[in-house]
Write a new protein. Sequence first.
Length: 252
Amino acid sequence: MTELFEKGRKPPKFAAVPNHIAIVMDGNGRWANERGLTRTQGHIAGEAALLEVVAGAIEAGVSHITAYAFSTENWKRSPDEVRFLMGYNKEVLRRRRDQLNDWDVRIRWAGRAPKLWPSVISELRAAEKLTAKNTTLTLTMAVNYGGRQELVDAMNAISEKVASGKLKPGSLTQKSIAKELYIPDMPDVDLFVRSSGEKRTSNFLPWQSSYAEYLFMDEYWPDFTKETLWKAISLYQTRQRRFGAAVDAPLN
């Protein structure tokens, strides 16, 4: 363990803890620019925040964290920033996988291989292999991920099965679609958190988040701590999750 599990920083007792939290790690660039730093320096600062949040999630009893590390739309950024993010994602995986393995964290990858640097894929696969048997928390890194593209890829896989006779036309169900997603056994998102105050989902896990509770928090991602995550879980507890049902409770 590390200083992230130091004494005196314990989560409150939660009545309900989300099983799966999806996180859009937003605001690295603005955090840096407000401090006279470059955007790349902001991304570097975001690494510590991710470790903080993973540690806080473990202590709170969360089972799954999915972090939006690089979207299919992020290729539109400047070539210099894209090169930095590719190299940086690779370095973070190499540098942190042993630490996360010590924490009993399983690392998984959700995303597309096309366009992604082979060296990044290699590091993702190595981290998956190293941590495959860990059970305390699953950290899914969404790298070269786009929600619409995931659904397009799933539909293409299904159409191939129909064409080959492996699937009958008109027999699709939600379960058969889910089987073709990047990680078929990923549980539905309970809590969707975005940092930096922006209020949009940015094409992140649309299928898995259809009944998630959404929180748009003002803190920039590098300012996220375990306590920030615990605040989000506390707010989650105040939500009534009805999944389409309703309770008749007329006012007196």
